[in-house]
Design a protein around this ligand. Sequence first.
Ligand code: SF4
Length: 370
Amino acid sequence: MTANSQASRNADCQVRGITTSRYDHARSDLQFLLNNEPSYRIDQLWQGLYGDLADPCDITTLPAALRGKLAEQLPEALSEEHRSTSDCGETIKWVWRLADGSLIETVLMHYEDRSTVCVSSQAGCAMACGFCATGQMGFDRHLSTGEMVEQVVRAQRASGNRRVSNVVFMGMGEPLANYARTWAAVERIHGALGLSARHLTISTVGLAPGIKRLSEESLPVNLAVSLHAANDRLRDDLVPANRRWPLATLARACAHHAATTGRRLSFEWALMHDVNDTLRDAAELADYARPLAAHVNLIPLNPTPGWPTRGSSPNRVREFAAELVNRGINATVRLTRGLEIDAACGQLRASLSTVDIGTARSEAPPSLPE
Ligand code: SF4
């Protein structure tokens, strides 16, 4: 089946109000599709979809006629629009077209000790962080649970023998603004795909009520807060959600999450030249992170079309990291994996609409210690 015919069939399903990903269905829903079949068929189907990551056509434990019927009833939601590979094959980024034509992104990153998938939770984003390519696009819609789970499945299929060990909800969108579907995806990825809760991370710009809700869930997942500024004046500007949930409110929610789950908190900090990369910014960040025992991840900002500020220089990054360490904070400088394929959220989709993707290139990543 071509990508276009798949997309058109999915669009037709969506118009009729039917879920569009085979991974949207809970086990009990799938049972309905097997109403005249022996009870063990559900185990075979579930194992085929989640254990073997197979297309229904290829679940050979099922009779051929049933496979054909299930293939019609359980389409995939993601049609591959574009795939880019970088870092000697260690980073793969996809742009997927959804049934309604929306475009989303997924990134797979292989490391020596793990393979991580960065999943989108929304098409676009309403949080309007000015430096972020996704924020610059605006909001299209929430993703369904199945559309999130399918991103992990498709990445695992591409990984071959290297098992996807970690999932971060850090792609396009604000996961806590799409709470119920995101949490259902977390449960499915844990329960059906078998990833440990300690290897699942929800990232947020700081929606305090969502963080509190997360704290009460049965699975203790990791929390990553995209902080970027540790005073309200600057953060109001960089991360508009801060105007609603300022730093003091955010700190209380983070402390509650750490206390109830036992999971380490991390702060993401995109270093922007002369915006948030001075020693004074580092001191403010240290004062904010210390009482929360938060780990800080420093990432030089990837350039985006709609934000004139560039990322911090390698020297500035080192000085900033050293200042944090001197002040007792655990900090890691992260290489911007896949920078040449625009792996920061929203950048590949943004570039697809403006230039030929085959020639889209950003400057080479700075040489920084991991
Ligand atoms: S940084 Fe995250 S929350 Fe902010 S606009 Fe981008 S995707 Fe949305």
